[in-house]
Design a binder for this molecule. Structure first.
Ligand SMILES: [Zn+2]
Length: 346
C-alpha cells in the first residue's frame, strides 16, 4: 500500500474534491434534479403531482427506502424520448466532471420505463449516446449497467433481458436494485446465471437495509463481482473476512444511508470500520438529486463526520478504479494519474 503523507485538516477538503476518482454506484434516474423533472414534464406534457420545483424538493424527506422509491418512480415518469434520457445523463456527466470523476458506471432501471410504454431502444440509445459524448466532451469514460427491479418477478427480469439483448454491446453489466427487504438475491438465481453465461459483469444491491444473509447469497448464488451498499456486512464477522479475502468491492453511499435512515447520523457510519477491516470499500452518490449531494459532497461530509484522513482518501479512490469494469490498461492509467496527484499534493 502506498504511503500517503499527512494533509492538514484545512487542505483535506480540497484534496478530496480534486482527486481523480471513479463512481460505481449511481442510478441515472436518481440524478434527475427537480428543475430538470419540471422542464421535461413541460416538454412532454406530463402532469406531475407537485405544484412547483420547491414543492417537489420539500417532499424529499424520506423515512426509509420505500418512501424514497415512491417519489423516485414519480420523477422518472417525465422521461419519454431518447433525447430525455440523453439530457438526463449529460446533466449528470457535467456534474460528475466538476467533481473530478474520470470514470462512471451508470445503473439504469429499464422496467421503470418499459412499463410506461417507453421502448428499451429509446432508453439504451439515449443513455449510450450520452456515454459516448461524455468521453469526447468532458473526458469522462462511462458504461451502462442494466438493473432488474427486485420487487418484480424473475420472469419479468427474463423478459427485460430478452428486450435488452439486441443492445448487448452497449451494456457492461447487470445489477439488482429497488426494495430490498423481502426480495432476497436468490429470487433472481436463474436470470443471473443466464447473464453470467452471456458474459455480463454482475453486481447486486445487498445489505443496505437487508441482512448479511443477502450479501452471502448475492456472492454465492448470484456470483456477483461487487456488492452495492453492503454496509450491514459489519454485523457478520465471517462475512467481513470473506469480503476482505476475496477483495469484493462494496459501493458504499454515505449520504444515501443518512437520508434513508440506515445510520442515525454520518458520525455513526461504518465506512472507517469497513476500510480498517481491509474491505475494498468505495464512496458513491447513489441517487444524488434525492439524497443531498453528488460524489464530492459524499466524500467531504463523511470525512468530516468520521475523521478519515488522506490515507483513507487514497485508498477509496484507488479502490474505485480497481473495482471498476474497465480494461487493465485504462485501470493502470487511472491509478498512475491518482498516484501522481497524491505525489504533487502531499
Ligand atoms: Zn443504489
Amino acid at each position: 500500500m502506498k504511503l500517503v503523507k499527512p494533509v492538514a485538516a484545512d487542505r483535506l477538503s480540497a484534496l478530496l474534491r480534486q482527486m481523480p476518482k471513479a463512481e460505481l454506484h449511481i442510478h441515472i434516474e436518481g440524478s434527475l434534479e427537480p428543475e430538470l423533472i419540471f422542464a421535461l414534464a413541460k416538454r412532454n406534457a406530463v402532469q406531475l403531482p407537485y405544484a412547483s420545483v420547491d414543492a417537489l424538493r420539500s417532499a424529499y424527506a424520506f423515512t426509509n427506502l420505500q418512501s424514497f422509491l415512491d417519489i423516485y418512480y414519480a420523477g422518472a415518469s417525465v422521461l419519454i424520448t431518447e433525447q430525455d434520457f440523453y439530457d438526463m445523463a449529460m446533466a449528470y456527466f457535467a456534474r460528475a466532471a466538476e467533481d473530478n470523476v474520470i470514470h462512471a458506471e451508470l445503473f439504469f432501471d429499464p422496467q421503470t420505463h418499459t412499463a410506461r410504454g417507453v421502448s428499451m431502444e429509446t432508453v439504451i440509445n439515449g443513455l449510450h449516446r450520452a456515454c459516448v459524448d461524455a468521453q469526447a466532451e468532458l473526458g469522462v469514460s462511462a458504461s451502462l449497467i442494466l438493473c432488474f427491479l427486485r420487487h418484480l418477478s424473475e420472469e419479468e427480469a427474463f423478459e427485460t433481458l430478452e428486450q435488452a439483448l439486441p443492445y448487448r454491446d452497449k451494456l457492461i453489466g447487470i445489477g439488482l436494485d429497488s426494495g430490498e427487504v423481502g426480495n432476497p438475491p436468490e429470487k433472481f438465481a436463474r436470470v443471473f446465471a443466464r447473464c453470467r453465461e452471456l458474459g455480463f459483469h454482475l453486481v447486486a444491491h445487498a445489505g443496505e437495509e437487508g441482512p448479511p444473509a443477502y450479501v452471502w447469497t448475492a456472492l454465492d448464488v448470484l456470483k456477483v463481482e461487487r456488492i452495492d451498499h453492503g454496509v450491514q456486512s459489519s454485523k457478520d464477522a465471517l462475512l467481513m473476512q470473506r469480503l476482505a479475502k476475496d477483495r469484493i468491492a462494496l459501493t458504499v453511499c454515505p449520504l444515501s444511508n443518512l437520508k434513508l435512515c440506515v445510520f442515525p447520523d454520518l458520525a455513526s457510519h461504518n465506512l472507517r470500520q469497513l476500510l480498517e477491516a481491509g474491505l475494498a470499500a468505495t464512496v458513491n452518490s447513489d441517487d444524488p438529486a434525492y439524497f443531498g449531494g453528488y460524489l464530492n459532497e459524499n466524500f467531504t461530509q463523511t470525512f468530516a463526520a468520521t475523521q478519515l484522513n488522506a490515507g483513507h482518501a487514497y485508498t477509496l479512490a484507488r479502490n474505485s478504479f480497481e473495482a471498476s469494469f474497465i480494461g487493465a490498461s485504462a485501470k493502470k492509467r487511472h491509478i498512475d494519474r491518482l498516484n501522481a496527484y497524491f505525489e504533487n499534493f502531499c
